[in-house]
Write a protein that binds this ligand. Structure first.
Ligand code: TC6
Ligand code: FAD
Length: 660
């Protein structure tokens, strides 16, 4: 196979107006981090132990086995990585490459089991289980969702009754709907799970608490008495992951297995409350913040594949005899893809902000200060829902923008989409999370009336609603910021007003929130969208050592992202009189006029994300752009091509049919 770069792709790279390396360094948090990432990727790429057929050609069972094989080798080789692993993030980079970006069987262990131990375990519990977990002597998962309830946590049915005589908890799944269902790696891989169950002690229920439960023998991996555990079967995607079920029958665990950093059960069964009841929800907040990062990466991967392929693909003579243009040259193709490219950048910067906010609040919580947990919950819920929804629909736009080849697994889109799409459901279904965010926004508008000072992400709610103050220069960052602010304010005040009116009419808060939930969801989306736009502008204003050429390009992306958002949601800006019909037309025209400016850098902008070919898993999105010869080569691996004569012909003959 040729090593040359496809000339069309090379031409795009040569035309870029900025230094891709400078942008890559910025996106990867500095030259040192980028260098580590490159070395880790190279290690995986050159390691013969990680060579195998693409997952697309494997049966579900073989995908799981391949996932286990790769993850196990990765653990065995972890210690050889030396100085390349400086922090948890480096390990995630390594594992992502090993797993080719797919959800592998140890994801829940590192992503939820260990974080829950650390966040909710007492110092003694952390000292006991963390080393075992870090050395993979035990492998865990997070078993919360049941067949009957995922969203409504207070409705979970699994019980943990404390028996003071033996100082044990007795765990049960009392009904079919109480069977744990969905947890990743629960079916076949995990030896342990953090199980969320209703705690009963001295005859009283204290709500859901987290318990460390051993599921399988560490000797022979057989499931323990009282534990019925298995795989839930094939799913939309996630073939390499054994999402599982768990039925508990009078399964006993020692008292010390309840995670007791905050709530406690003493040997005599007396119960001490946590300082805040929602602390048990802490791991979910963490994972929601991580999903904002995942959303940024997913849409950046989709844009990388679609934009590179669009530069290579030529289609339709515009005039007879003329060369066929690259499909990237069609304004309609650009209008599909550039909003998503810009979203990838906007989401990149907002995920950094989200994780910073999470770390700040966690530091406060560790010092016993819970004053910002509500704000963090609202922010992480809103951003998780907003970014994952855009990336989810955006991936499908990217796929269809690749025409017929987008439908082949060779495009990488089927795997990318089916791996990503559960993000809109798991870790809090998106509508439910937007309602959580909106509930906080309503609370803030009430607090304002009693003179409260609101924290950072919602401080703008104290601003006045004044459409006339918005300027008409739509390429001005301040004008765009005001537009988004006024849209969010308008929708939040409208929804809050509806809630107030229902309550004035005698309804309780819960009923009033439910009655206005359609308005509340729109308010939460507008709030989250504004946060993303504002953060993009703010981030760029703080980049002091970035070259002028790169600043210009990033500024264009932020402007296009904001303008396109107004065009897409024009109804909401019109409804509140923030814009006139003429203004919307002007804004739409501005976005069309910006397309060529983005086009010149489009390939370089996706190159800067530096997704290796292994992680993209896409023939269409290959770095070298040699699509056609590799598409042909890829098809040769199809198991149907192992034999020339197909099973059809054999069966045909057996049935006495003949076509000669
Ligand atoms: C790789 C990934 C694999 C996937 C893994 C999974 O999916 S794992 C499974 C993932 N599963 C899910 O994600 C399940 C999704 N479901 C849930 O998270 C909850 O059931 C709920 C939040 C929807 C409602 O809970 P509820 O009925 O108990 O609550 P309520 O509505 O009555 O409000 C009470 C108060 O609590 C507050 N508050 C709530 N959460 C938080 C928080 N995290 N922090 C701080 N605060 C929080 C809320 O603001 C409100 O405050 P207010 O106004 O009273 O001052
Ligand atoms: C791939 C995958 C991996 C998962 N991994 C794990 C795991 O590791 N551990 C774990 O514990 N769980 C896991 N889950 C489960 C997941 O967290 C839940 O499925 C998720 O929280 C959604 O809950 P649900 O299934 O009960 O949806 P439901 O709540 O039943 O949602 C159905 C519909 O009802 C609507 N709805 C529900 N409540 C409300 C409301 N109050 N107001 C308005 N509308 C509402 C929703 O918007 C949605 O449209 C996983 C799920 C998937 C798909």
């Amino acid at each position: 196979m040729s090593e040359r770069i496809n000339p069309d792709l090379q031409k795009e790279r040569d035309a870029a107006t900025f230094d891709v390396e400078e942008l890559s360094v910025l996106l990867h948090n500095g030259a040192h981090e980028l260098e580590k990432k490159r070395k880790l990727e190279e290690l995986v790429r050159n390691d013969p132990d990680y060579k195998s057929l693409p997952f697309d050609f494997l049966s579900r069972e073989a995908q799981y086995e391949e996932g286990v094989r790769r993850s196990t080798i990765a653990v065995a080789k972890k210690d050889q990585l030396g100085s390349l692993i400086e922090n948890h993030g480096d390990l995630i980079t390594y594992n992502t490459h090993v797993g080719r970006g797919k959800a592998g069987p140890f994801n829940l262990h590192t992503g939820m089991f260990i974080p829950t131990l650390v966040k909710q375990g007492s110092p003694e519990q952390v000292a006991k289980w963390l080393p075992l977990s870090e050395n993979y002597q035990i492998v865990g998962t997070y078993a919360q969702t049941e067949m009957g309830h995922g969203t409504f946590l207070r409705g979970l049915e699994t019980t943990a009754h404390y028996d003071p005589h033996t100082q044990e908890f007795v765990l049960n799944s009392p009904t079919t709907t109480s069977i744990k269902w969905w947890p990743g790696a629960l079916g076949k891989t995990s030896t342990h799970a953090v199980v969320l169950a209703q705690l009963y002690t001295l005859g009283k229920c204290h709500g859901i608490h987290a318990f460390v439960v051993q599921l399988r023998s560490l000797e022979d991996h057989k499931s323990l008495p009282g534990i019925m555990v298995g795989d839930i079967g094939p799913k939309f995607g996630y073939g390499a992951n054994d999402n599982g079920f768990l039925k508990l029958s009078n399964h006993r665990i020692p008292r010390e297995n309840m995670l007791m950093k905050y709530s406690k059960v003493a040997p005599d069964g007396s119960y001490s409350k946590p300082p805040k009841s929602t602390l048990t929800y802490g791991t979910m907040t963490f994972v929601r913040a991580m999903i904002v990062r995942g959303s940024a990466q997913a849409i950046a991967q989709g844009a990388t594949i679609a934009i590179r392929y669009s530069a290579v693909r030529r289609q339709s003579e515009m005039r007879p005899g003329e060369p066929e243009p690259q499909v990237l040259s069609y304004p309609t193709q650009q209008y599909k893809l550039f909003p998503l490219l810009c979203a990838a950048y906007a989401f990149h910067f907002v995920q950094v902000k989200m994780i910073e906010a999470y770390s700040e609040v966690t530091e406060l919580v560790n010092k016993g200060d819970f004053s910002r947990t509500q704000e963090l919950h609202a922010l992480s819920s809103g951003l998780k829902a907003y970014t994952s929804a855009i990336s989810n629909t955006g991936l499908e736009v990217c796929r269809t923008s690749c025409g017929g080849h987008g439908y082949s697994c060779a495009s990488g889109f089927p795997a990318l989409y089916t791996n990503f799409t559960p993000s809109v459901t798991y870790e809090g279904e998106n509508t439910v999370l937007l309602l959580q965010c909106a509930r906080y926004l309503v609370k803030c508008t009430r607090d304002l009336r009693s003179g409260a000072k609101l924290p950072g992400s919602v401080a703008y709610l104290s601003c006045g609603c004044d459409p006339s103050s918005i300027g008409k220069d739509f390429t001005n960052v301040k004008t765009l910021d005001s537009l988004y602010k006024q849209r969010a304010l308008g929708l939040i005040r409208f929804a809050s007003g509806k809630v107030d009116a229902s309550m004035d009419g005698g309804m309780d808060l819960v009923g009033a929130l439910n009655e206005s939930s359609v308005h509340l969801v729109r308010a939460a989306v507008a709030h989250s969208h504004y946060f993303v736009v504002r953060n993009f502008f703010e981030k760029l204003s703080k980049l002091t050592s970035t070259s002028q050429l790169l600043m210009e390009v990033l500024h264009q992306l932020s402007l296009f992202y904001a303008l396109d958002g107004v065009a897409q949601h024009s109804g909401e800006f019109l409804e509140d009189g923030l814009l006139s019909g003429e203004d919307v037309k002007q804004i739409r025209q501005l976005t069309v006029e910006m397309l060529p400016k983005i086009r010149v850098n489009a390939v370089a902008l996706v190159d800067a994300f530096e997704f290796g070919d292994d992680v993209l898993g896409s023939v269409l999105g290959r770095y070298d752009g040699n699509v056609y010869e590799n598409l042909f080569k890829w098809a040769q691996d199809s198991p149907l091509n192992k034999t020339d004569v197909s099973v059809w012909f054999v069966m045909w003959g057996k049935m006495g049919c003949s076509n000669v």
